[in-house]
Structures are given as structure tokens and as C-alpha cells.
Design a protein around this ligand. Structure first.
Ligand code: CIZ
Ligand code: SF4
Length: 305
């Protein structure tokens, strides 16, 4: 069934055809942006869709490192962002030079980095990982003596506890996820005693320890669908709640905290998507030497998982 589109949605549909473009929206995007998108997902899911599509133009509604990841995997396509200033503060907490310095101090360490990093940082990694597969990647590095894990210290803490591996970590974090506090989860549990608590591993360890499931957004989408539970407390950026409700109309979803809003994820609007398609900007480009090295870290991750 095709749903009636808003006038802007209609315009976007026409422009998309004209440009042979596909619109990808991260799970944290505004509801109206999720509505006009062809695909929704986490950063790696979207980059893989971008690589497979026949479209020549990818309109990436998310933050910069995600569009860069799509560009790394799809060099022959044009990746444009409706708002190029949508960055990820966590990714910006680690520069390539800082990682090079850290590596110098641990020359034998294997270097593992969360997907929330710039292309330049990815070029310095041995392995990339996502919140979906970080544990599997660390487990696969069992025979390696030292592991550097960047940039999220809370994801690192969660992975270290799950794998029993001590790692050399960076002091990065997500300013949005740390807004979810233990008292928020406690309060929501009191209101909804039968709800399952799903929490993103970027959350504070005290919040992570209260969860029934500590999982990525793509895993939350799957868990919500497959679980017999009908109520869920959602400990991640609130944009995901819109998608969860839409995909599971018979179930209830409660944000752990209404304050968990990523301002960068909310920069993309329908109006900006129209301008992006009209003007074919702003393009996200990764220099070829960096792209090739960055892609290696992603390929190595994909070989493991
Ligand atoms: O990789 C992503 O899309 C992020 C940052 C969050 C998640 O868990 O989906
Ligand atoms: Fe970055 Fe956090 Fe926003 Fe995700 S929610 S883009 S990790 S600041």
C-alpha cells in the first residue's frame, strides 16, 4: 500500500526519480525524515544498502561519519548529506594524530575502533566494529596480547566485562546517551513493571547494569519484534522509538529518558533533503588513499562477523 505523502514528500519523490537517488535514514532521524526514506537502519546496515543499490546518488540522513562510511564502501557513487554540519561529538573526540600517538606507546597492540570515527581514524585501525558486533570482534582477537579500543569508553567497558579482556581505551563518550540516568530507568520500571529494558552500550555502566538487553539499535528493532514481551523501555536516542512503534503497532515503547535527543541527528529536515536533491550537495568525499586503508578495517570486521 502506498501511503499519501506530504507535499514535501511528493516533491522529494519526484526529485529522487530525476536524480536516480536513494534516501537512507539512520534510526535516530526525525519521524518525517524516516517517513520519506527508502531505508532505515544503523550506520553499517545503511552503508551496506548504499553499496548494493543501483542508484547513483545516496542521500544520507545521519551524521558525517556515517555518510563517510557509505562513501568508503561506495566510491563510484555520489554521497550527499542534507546537512553537512551534522557531526558526531563522540567521533570528534578522537583525531587521527591522537590515535597515532596512542599506537606509538603500544606498538604490539591490535587497534580496534568503533564505527563512530572519522575516515582518517578508520585508516589507522586494524579492525572496525559496531555496537552489534564489538563483542564478537574482541573474542576473535583472543590470541592478541594487547587491544586498543577507541573512542567510546562506555562501549569499551561493556565489551571488556562481556569478554573478560582488559583493553587500552580512549576517553570518548556519547553526550546524548549519558543523559540517560539510572533514576530514569528506575522510574520507568516503576511505571511499567512488565516492560523489558533495552539499553544501548553507549549508556553509562550504571544504566547498562539495569538492562535486560544491552544491544545496538538494529538489535533493538529485532528484539522488539521477536520478543514475547509487549512493553519495552528504550534506553537510546529517542528517534528509535518512532521506528519501533511503527514496526510493532501492537506493542508499547517508552523512552527511558526524553532528554536523550541527539541534536546533530535532528539537523536533517525534509526541506534540506529537497535542497540537497535540487543542488546535489553537499557531497561527502574521502581521499582515495585514506578510503582504501579505512575500507580494510571494515573488510576485516566483515570477515569475522
Ligand atoms: O552504528 C550506529 O548506527 C550507531 C551509532 C548506533 C546503533 O547502535 O545503531
Ligand atoms: Fe554521536 Fe551520540 Fe549522536 Fe550517535 S547519538 S551521532 S554517538 S552524539
Amino acid at each position: 500500500m502506498t501511503k499519501a505523502l506530504s507535499p514535501l514528500g511528493q516533491k522529494i519523490r519526484e526529485l529522487k526519480k530525476k536524480r536516480n537517488a536513494v534516501i537512507l535514514a539512520h534510526n535516530y532521524q526525525l519521524p518525517e525524515v524516516q517517513e520519506v526514506a527508502d531505508f532505515r537502519g544503523d550506520s553499517l546496515e545503511l552503508s551496506r544498502v548504499a553499496a548494493k543499490t543501483d542508484a547513483e546518488v545516496i542521500v544520507f540522513c545521519g551524521v558525517y561519519f556515517m555518510a563517510e562510511t557509505a562513501a568508503i564502501l561506495s566510491p563510484q557513487k555520489k554521497v550527499i548529506m542534507p546537512d553537512i554540519y551534522a557531526g558526531c561529538p563522540m567521533a570528534n573526540m578522537l583525531k587521527a594524530d591522537e590515535l597515532k600517538e596512542l599506537k606509538k606507546g603500544h606498538p604490539d597492540a591490535v587497534v580496534l575502533g568503533y564505527v563512530n570515527t572519522s575516515a582518517e581514524v578508520k585508516a589507522e585501525l586494524d579492525y572496525c566494529c559496531t555496537s552489534t558486533n564489538a563483542i564478537a570482534v574482541v573474542n576473535a582477537l583472543r590470541d592478541r596480547k594487547e587491544i586498543i579500543f577507541v573512542p567510546d569508553k562506555y562501549l569499551a567497558d561493556f565489551v571488556a566485562k562481556k569478554t573478560g579482556r582488559k583493553m587500552i581505551i580512549w576517553d570518548g563518550f556519547c553526550p546524548t546517551h549519558i543523559k540517560i540516568l539510572p533514576e530514569d530507568v528506575k522510574r520507568e520500571k516503576k511505571f511499567h513493571p512488565f516492560a523489558k529494558v533495552m539499553v544501548h552500550p553507549e549508556c553509562l555502566p550504571q544504566v547498562v547494569s539495569m538492562a535486560d538487553a544491552v544491544i545496538s539499535t538494529s538489535q533493538m528493532a529485532k528484539f522488539a519484534k521477536e520478543s514475547e514481551a509487549t512493553e519495552f523501555i528504550v534506553g537510546t536516542e529517542i528517534g528509535l522509538v518512532y521506528r519501533l512503534k511503527k514496526d510493532n503497532p501492537k506493542k508499547e515503547f517508552y523512552p527511558a529518558s526524553e532528554r536523550a535527543v541527539c541534536p546533530n541527528m535532528k539537523r536533517t529536515t525534509e526541506e534540506k533533503i529537497v535542497s540537497a536533491l535540487e543542488e546535489m550537495k553537499e557531497e561527502v568525499r574521502v581521499p582515495e588513499d585514506i578510503r582504501i586503508r579505512a575500507k580494510k578495517s571494515i573488510d576485516r570486521m566483515l570477515e569475522i562477523v
